[in-house]
Design a binder for this molecule. Sequence first.
Ligand SMILES: [Zn+2]
Length: 477
Amino acid sequence: MSRYIPTIGLETHAELSTSSKVFCTCSAEFGGTPNSRCCPVCSGLPGTLPVLNKRAVEYIIKAGYVMNCDISRFTKWDRKNYFYPDLPKAYQISQMPRPVCLAGKVRINVDGEEKDIRINRIHLEEDAGKLVHDEVNRISLADYNRCGVPLIEIVTEPDFHSADEVIAYIEKIMLLLQYAGICDCKMEQGSIRCDVNISIAPKGSSELGTRTELKNLNSLKAIARAIEVEIERQEELLDNGEKVVQETRRFNEALGETTAMRSKEDAHDYRYFPDPDIPPIIFTEEELAEIRASIPELPEQRVARYVEEYSINKKDADIIVGNKKICDFFDEATAAYNNPKAIANYIIGELMRRINLGEADMENLKFGGAEFAQLVEFMQTDKVSQANAKTILREMIENGGSPKDIADAQDLWIKEDNDLLAKVVDEIIANNPKPVEQYKNGDQKVFGFFMGQANKTLKGAASPKAIQEYIRKKLSE
Ligand SMILES: [Zn+2]
């Protein structure tokens, strides 16, 4: 057991999914040929004038609402000055000194325990470009496609005490941002990036220790590991009577260690001053109310609705809502076939199982919710057996297509062939006198044996109900 308690604060950068950049009309989409999505404004040429993207402002206000912030009716823009080759203007336009969203909170759940994480503020700024370092030719290349992509920074109070809490929080805000439709949250594309502040103090101490900052972590795995490694490093220092130095550190994922990047002494003086090109904004109550009303249904409301309207249990509803893509798929399926419970069961039991096995992924699914719903309906109405439904689903995952066409092509329908059913079951009963005896002596469990044998031979040619009825009839003769 450690003698120390860690205290962690988080700054999360989220790229907003507007179609254009925050101060010009260039595409804000990820990727593209280097420097193909730039104009004089976002590449910082002199004499250009930025024009604020209204959508980006709406999005940050939505972010504030979904994280329960107070929304300031007044906001202004400042220049944050620093020189770095990925920033051609040599300043970033930011709301940092006067954020729109203040004092929010986000509820997390770790191992069944609920906890509120306080949000200090959320502000809007512009993203910088990307540098590509070519180690072989010893040159660095600059790609300005990302320059000017709208970025919100969500800053928490130091309310976390473990990596698990941090991960639960990031997963929660990603879900909120996705459901609100303001960020795609693709960590692998850098849409979400985190800076983590960590300090440790002896248990029972009322003072916080000296903190270090870990910069630009961009996967949940890296964040969890970096936090654990940095806590261990600080504990070792204090145990050896040494001091933690306030500095920014980098996490090396391959080596599993953090190394110093820069100390407090080289901290930037950003010389903030009001940007003369962009006027302050004053929102009216009507404007704010309109934005608030346009926020789609959020995760918690969806869970509640599924439990209440569809009678799906809370655990299953949490699983479906926990992934926006699956949730949208579920809604689509339910719209096509009004049997939410059966659809939820088959999504969780079969589709998600295939996804977890790596056989399917929601990004590249070759069929929609409506096709999936048709398959569930075939099972529910005894047109296709469970085993054959799995065959059909496998075919849909691999090659797409409708369940009906696949069942036709591969002859997978239940035929209700009563002659065949009678022949197969009669044979099983004749060949297994001992289980028949057991059943007649009151052992109900052997019934499953007969079902299993019949299913194996019939391969879906008769419905489970018909098989069951026929076996029961024969056994009671
Ligand atoms: Zn531009």
